[in-house]
Ligand binder design. Structure first.
Ligand code: NDP
Length: 371
């Protein structure tokens, strides 16, 4: 979806209205009416594949716009600055971006680089006095994630993680149903997340830049999904790894991990994270009075699924457009996300990943304390 008109057509195709964060206005009204309020001015760091998707989606944002670029590739700066009308004075590389602190045109930096670089880059952004939006996984372990949280606190800036599903209408509908007891007592969650990864030379298969393998990249959706679908924090983890190709998936780069969680209520989760199978993007939540199943559950959408009451039919909205408008509301107006997207939320996922890796090594049930 590239233009605002396409975007509005997609939304207005549905009669269903959804409130935009913390307000009473429906998403449909929000995107069809002029907006006069504050605008979050964002520099994108890392002009790669996902950076491109975010930048395109932000063209339809009402509360956020791109005003700066940070890249190690001069040709991309040239192309992007002309495409998005960014002046040269707002363009930086990885050596110069600390100077962003003197740039009044930029409120926040969206870090969309390889995982292993997130912590250092986010901490530098915080030290430059700008808000940080950082892609998932926020870092490569909980220690790094916590250092990011501390640095942002110290600099008095916000830290938000790019959890786009936390604003997705069908996902929020399942969470609403669960909160209102429509599934009864939640008993079981299944999250299957994976794809077949190509190019063996890419950073996603480099332990230093990726921090791990499929778990960091795609398994994190099943982890995060377990938490927002069940509505509790896991208290124990078991995990088993299988590796069919040790040449492609070197030491420390996981190919496939199955993992299980136990929750305080007694609910359990069973999940799969893999870089070796396609067609895996499925959530299933079961309670003693009903169920929800979503497939696709975390892709770029439309998210599809059904519950014991029928089809999930909330309208598809470009995830990254809504995410950035909602994040602007959080940063500029102090709004609160219904499912948190703050640094502490990111650290919880990192602690779980650390514990999954620990459980793979120990072969034991490992306990977790996230509260
Ligand atoms: P890409 O490889 O497509 O892009 C990463 C960009 O980071 C590069 O193009 C480059 O941009 C910059 N970069 C800086 N240093 C390096 C380096 N040493 N090696 C490679 N690239 C470098 O990756 P993605 O865009 O797919 O992923 C980036 C991040 O976004 C990851 O953390 C990933 O998990 C996350 N992501 C999130 C998604 C979501 O749905 N929320 C979906 C996809 C990715 P430049 O040339 O401008 O410096």
């Amino acid at each position: 979806m590239s233009s605002r008109r396409d975007f509005l057509q997609k939304i207005s195709a549905s009669a269903i209205s959804l409130p935009i964060l913390g307000g009473t206005m429906s998403i449909q009204d929000f995107y069809s009416q002029p907006y006069q309020g504050p605008m979050l001015r964002v520099a994108i760091m890392g002009l790669g594949s996902y950076g491109n998707r975010v930048a395109e989606a932000m063209q339809s944002c009402k509360k956020a716009k791109i005003t700066g670029l940070i890249s190690g590739t001069p040709s991309k700066i040239k192309e992007w600055s002309s495409k998005y009308n960014i002046p040269e004075k707002n363009c930086y590389n990885y050596e110069t971006f600390d100077r962003i602190k003197d740039n009044p045109d930029i409120d926040a930096v969206y870090v969309i680089t390889p995982n292993g670089l997130h912590a250092d880059q986010s901490i530098r952004v915080a030290k430059a006095g700008k808000h940080v939006i950082c892609e998932k996984p926020m870092a490569i372990n909980a220690k790094e994630g916590q250092a990011m949280v501390d640095a942002c606190k110290q600099a008095n800036v916000k830290l938000l993680i790019g959890y786009r599903m936390h604003f997705e209408p069908n996902t929020l509908e399942v969470i609403r149903m669960r909160n209102e007891g429509e599934f009864g007592k939640v008993l079981f969650f299944q999250g299957l997340c994976g794809f077949k990864i190509g190019d063996p030379t890419q950073w996603r298969l480099d332990k230093k830049l990726a921090g791990g393998g499929a778990m960091m990249d795609i398994g994190i959706y099943a982890i995060n999904g377990s938490r927002y679908m069940v509505g509790e924090e896991p208290v124990w983890v078991t995990a088993q790894e299988t590796k069919t190709d040790p040449v492609k998936f070197k030491e420390g780069v996981d190919e496939t991990i199955q993992f299980q969680f136990g929750f305080p209520s007694g609910a359990v989760a069973s999940c799969l994270s893999t870089y070796s199978m396609n067609n895996l993007d499925r959530f299933f939540l079961n309670g003693d009075k009903g169920f929800a199943e979503m497939q696709p559950s975390t892709g770029y959408g439309p998210i599809k699924g059904r519950t014991h009451q029928g089809e999930l039919n909330k309208p598809h909205v470009t995830h990254q457009t809504v995410q950035m408008d909602e994040m602007a509301g959080i940063i500029l107006e102090g709004k609160k996300a219904r499912v948190p997207v703050d640094g502490e939320e990111g650290v919880k996922d990192m602690k779980i990943i650390d514990t999954i890796y620990k459980a793979v090594k120990s072969g034991k049930k490992e306990s977790l304390n996230l509260t």
